[in-house]
Design a binder for this molecule. Sequence first.
Ligand code: G3H
Ligand code: 13P
Ligand code: NA
Ligand code: ZN
Length: 328
Amino acid sequence: PLVSMRQLLDHAAENGYGIPAFNVNNLEQVQAIMEAAKEVDSPVIMQGSAGARNYAGEPFLRHLIQAAVEQYPEIPIVMHQDHGASPAVCQRSIRSGFTSVMMDGSLEADGKTPASYEYNARVTGEVVKFAHAVGVTVEGELGCLGSLEGGAGEKEDGHGAEGELSMDQLLTDPEEAAQFVKDTHVDALAVAIGTSHGAYKFTSKPTGEVLRIDRIKEIHERIPDTHLVMHGSSSVPQEWLDIINEHGGEIPETYGVPVEEIQNGIKSGVRKVNVDTDIRLAMTGAARKHLAENKANFDPRKFMIEARKAAKQICMDRYQQFGSAGQA
Ligand code: G3H
Ligand code: 13P
Ligand code: NA
Ligand code: ZN
């Protein structure tokens, strides 16, 4: 059934595990996530970004997730709106049936300018008021993910969290996090610890200096009842980069967040782990390989089957690695 995010994350906290939150924008991703969840008995968080709504259209996105609920009635599923840029966006998602919304007030409504604390606390608190009134969970964000260029922390130039502001100014401050939770009453908080969205997070395997997992513990100690969320948590598997590049792709050397570091984060209080890029890389690699090896094929189902298989394996791995397998 559709369940509330709060309920799932509370259970994860009581039992010390993390749940991957997968971004979706098409049929095959939803199918892969569900087939994997069924196989390893995991609860599911599927989330739609503004980009996903643009791509699929809101009704298709919503009905794809609702089709999963119908086909897998035994699996708890959260339908979460990722990175809402304003209270109005969150309001619309709640009206259309999302059981959880993220108000990302870390950037102003333009999605680019870093917001003041006051702006962030005001818009997030506003969303909490109308969301909680109807039992919807709210995720907020404090700190800046990755660099400020390109909006929503997304960065495509191959560097990690560097930019106009120093690394330390971008990270979530534990004291400010405590104040933010007091001011807004969010259920979950996305923290900035050196990750960024997309495939280009780090130019070499990240050390503790650029990937600040240590921050998570400091934040968790101050707000133990707020579920911490890691964004930009794709691991960027080298195997998939190789497969893409061996079949006509050109992706430069790049590194993601090692699974062991996410596991350390989960030990320190992370409950929701956002993963989008790894599914994209696996689907692209599998599709490229199939098309390169089957040059006469013109049936999209043939390469989508391979892409879906690859996505399913990523999902099964993450359910197991984050500890949500066996918890549905
Ligand atoms: O928020 C980050 C997700 O990876 C969404 O990406 O805007 O391309 O759908 P997108
Ligand atoms: P990745 O790009 O690392 O998969 O992160 C996705 C994310 O944080 C969506 O909100
Ligand atoms: Na989110
Ligand atoms: Zn994100």
